[in-house]
Design a binder for this molecule. Structure first.
Ligand code: F6P
Length: 341
């Protein structure tokens, strides 16, 4: 068996652990070969591949990013779907693909699988919003980075009696905001899942100040609706995706206006995605990689490896692509309770 392996979409800490896991699983357990595809679907459309043996994946576990490179190019947007991949698949004698990606990549994988391409999926995103799995690798690292940043911002907030608004990633779901906000003891957390009222937040800040806490930290997911009356013209990137970022500046300006407290903004951005993965993400990525090789060897095409509880299982790509997974009300409730003054 010859497996093609690609990583697509935004990068994510733990991708190299998955790559290493797929190669180890395929070669050690199934006597298979692995062909690495460079820059995601783009490399598959353009025939850019490299051989991945055990030596090629030594020493990569600790490294951030993906040794294969990634891109947001898509065979249905920038090519003719499955037809644009078949030449490379045939030329490289690839029997099946292991596709590591987020919701967009997995939706593309599902369509390709319906067109007869043999593939298995591995869920990937720091946003932790893919359905069918309890958690995605990369999330733990991103939360750790965001928590450390918020801790640091909190001490300077306290020294200067300021309101600090910290913007974290999360396009449509607020997992990083909620977890990092809880972990760092944020005073308010705004996420796309729940409507928010800035007057309530302003009230909370005034209440804290009246009790001697004249500083506050507000964590905002990048994908929240802008406050009423405000508009953000999110520019599109080269592939037509909205580039988010900047809502925190409006939130901070409004809070400053409403309370009279000096406010500052920090946008954490790609620092949440770069750098070495946490131990938990290395382990999860490794387990998913080995499991993906097993799933492909067993012919479980059109399916995705996933974590359920403490077990690695597989689920259909339809289930994984049905919806994005939001933060459950129970956890949002805990965040709300903890941030009460
Ligand atoms: O999908 C993961 C994600 O990190 C989002 O939270 C964020 O909006 C987006 O990627 C940013 O991606 P890019 O690399 O295109 O700036």
């Amino acid at each position: 068996m010859r497996l093609g392996l690609l990583t697509a979409g935004g990068d994510c800490p733990g991708l190299n652990a998955v790559i290493r896991g797929v190669v180890a699983g395929a070669t050690q357990r199934h006597g298979a070969e692995v062909v690495g595809i460079v820059d995601g679907w783009d490399g598959l459309m353009g025939g850019r591949v490299r051989r991945l043996d055990r030596d090629a994946v030594r020493g990569i576990l600790q490294r951030g990013g993906t040794i294969l490179g990634t891109s947001r190019r898509d065979p249905y947007v920038h090519g003719e779907g499955a037809a644009s991949l078949r030449e490379t698949l045939a030329r490289e004698w690839i029997d099946a693909l292991v596709v590591v990606g987020g919701d967009g990549t997995l939706r593309t994988a599902l369509r390709l699988s319906e067109e007869g391409i043999r593939l298995v999926g591995v869920p990937k995103t720091i946003d932790n919003d893919i359905a069918g799995t309890d958690v995605t690798f990369g999330f733990d690292t991103a939360v750790q980075i965001a928590t450390e940043a918020i801790d640091r911002i909190t001490t300077t907030a306290e020294s200067h009696d300021r309101v600090m608004v910290v913007e974290v990633m999360g396009r449509t779901r607020g997992w990083i905001a909620t977890y990092a906000g809880i972990a760092a003891g944020a005073d308010a957390i705004l996420v796309p899942e729940s409507p928010y009222d800035l007057e309530e937040v302003a009230q909370l800040l005034r209440f804290r100040a009246a009790r001697g806490r004249s500083y506050s930290v507000v964590v905002v997911a990048e994908g929240i609706e802008p406050p009423p009356g405000a508009q953000i013209a999110a520019p599109l990137d080269a592939f037509g995706f909205e580039r988010l970022g900047g809502v925190s500046a409006i939130v901070a300006a409004r809070l400053e206006e409403m309370t009279g407290f000096e406010a500052r903004v920090t946008v954490l951005g790609h620092i949440q995605r770069g750098g070495t993965p946490s131990a938990a993400d290395r382990v999860l990525g490794s387990r998913l990689g080995v499991a993906a090789a097993d799933l492909a060897a067993a012919g479980g095409f059109g399916r995705m490896v996933a974590l359920r509880g403490t077990e690695i299982v597989d689920v259909s790509l339809e289930e994984a692509c049905a919806d994005l997974r939001g933060v459950p009300p129970e956890i949002l409730g805990v965040a709300h309770t903890l941030s009460a003054p």
